[in-house]
Design a protein around this ligand. Structure first.
Ligand code: SER
Length: 314
């Protein structure tokens, strides 16, 4: 079993890599990064620097290491994507096509992370159904929805075992997200443990779906290990864990840091992106088809994040 992870130095990749290494052996993991340097401790995984748009380079790696499964995490997040839509399309779509083509040639399974960004302003915001109206109005969302459909296409036409999840905003302490709309929910913890006020770029009442990273990693592994015959929605499972506003998150942090303060200076770009997304998705298909269930709610996540951020920063 050989696993290749693209975007291995990113927010999800840096945590998925050790989790997969613990399960399948570090010697069986190939990690690819590009812009961000890997941490000095790769835990024995092999590392290569490769631009995901380099199709020949990717195919060579997949072939020479006889890769079985590709976890394709390399992608631009929503706010950066919106500031350079052409580059975002190139990386998010052409990168995915390269992965799918390598997988088609060498018969690999593929994991693809979609997002709440794959929905749009006309999607029902509460209890967002698994199958519903999707008309995203950001380039990020367009690339994620196209990715969901491309993965379906490669499954239907070429029999590839493609699987994927629609992630909410992800909260983690190991690696910062790079340029997303939900990044405030990570930045706020760094301010709190260092006794600093936090200036939030989203409005106080902007409600969004969120998830703590240990749940996200568990979801990826559980979905990839699920019996394929039980999966109907292969490439775009809604998963949810908690849903809150910046004010509600600040109030929860205040239970532990009573002097913590939050101020609001709205970034119109990120606010408009957030306003186009659902507030709370229904994850019933994931529960029924492969037994999904989140462990962390808001209070449990805040306690754990504060503890780890204190260790890292104080
Ligand atoms: N966390 C992502 C972002 O904000 C959403 O998928 O871009």
């Amino acid at each position: 079993m050989t696993i290749l992870i693209t975007g291995a130095t990113g927010q999800i990749g840096s945590e998925l890599m050790p989790a997969l290494a613990a399960l399948y052996g570090a010697e069986n993991i190939i990690a690819l990064g590009h812009k961000r340097k890997p941490s000095s401790d790769l835990g024995g995984c092999r590392y290569f620097s490769l631009d995901i748009r380099d199709q020949a380079g990717l195919q060579e790696l997949v072939q020479s290491y006889q890769v079985d499964t590709i976890f394709h995490l390399a992608s631009l997040l929503s706010a950066v994507a919106e500031s350079n839509p052409q580059q975002a399309w190139d990386i998010n779509i052409n990168g995915l096509i390269n992965v799918l083509e390598s997988a088609r040639k060498y018969q690999c399974g593929v994991f693809f992370p979609s997002s709440i960004g794959a929905f749009g302003p006309n999607t029902p915001k509460q209890n967002t159904p698994q199958d519903t109206l999707q008309r995203p109005n950001t380039l990020y969302g367009i690339s994620k929805l196209s990715g969901e459909l491309l993965c379906d296409y490669y499954h239907q036409h070429y029999g590839l075992d493609t699987r994927g999840l629609r992630f909410p905003g992800l909260i983690s302490y190991r690696t910062a997200p790079g340029g997303g709309t939900t990044d405030y929910a990570v930045e706020i913890f760094a301010a709190a443990v260092q006794d600093q006020p936090y200036q939030c770029f989203l409005a106080a009442d902007t409600q969004l779906d969120m998830m703590y990273m240990p749940d996200a990693i568990a979801a990826i592994i559980k979905l990839m290990q699920a019996d394929s015959s039980h999966l109907q929605h292969r490439n775009a499972f809604n998963i949810s864990a908690m849903s809150f506003t910046p004010q509600q998150l600040a109030d929860e942090i205040k239970k532990h840091y009573p002097d913590f303060t939050i101020h609001y200076q709205i970034d119109p770009l990120r606010q408009s992106i957030a306003d186009s997304w659902p507030q709370q998705m229904s994850d019933s298909a994931a529960r029924i088809e492969w037994g999904w269930r989140a462990e962390y709610d808001l209070p449990a996540m805040v306690i754990d994040m504060l503890q780890h951020m204190r260790k890292r920063l104080c």
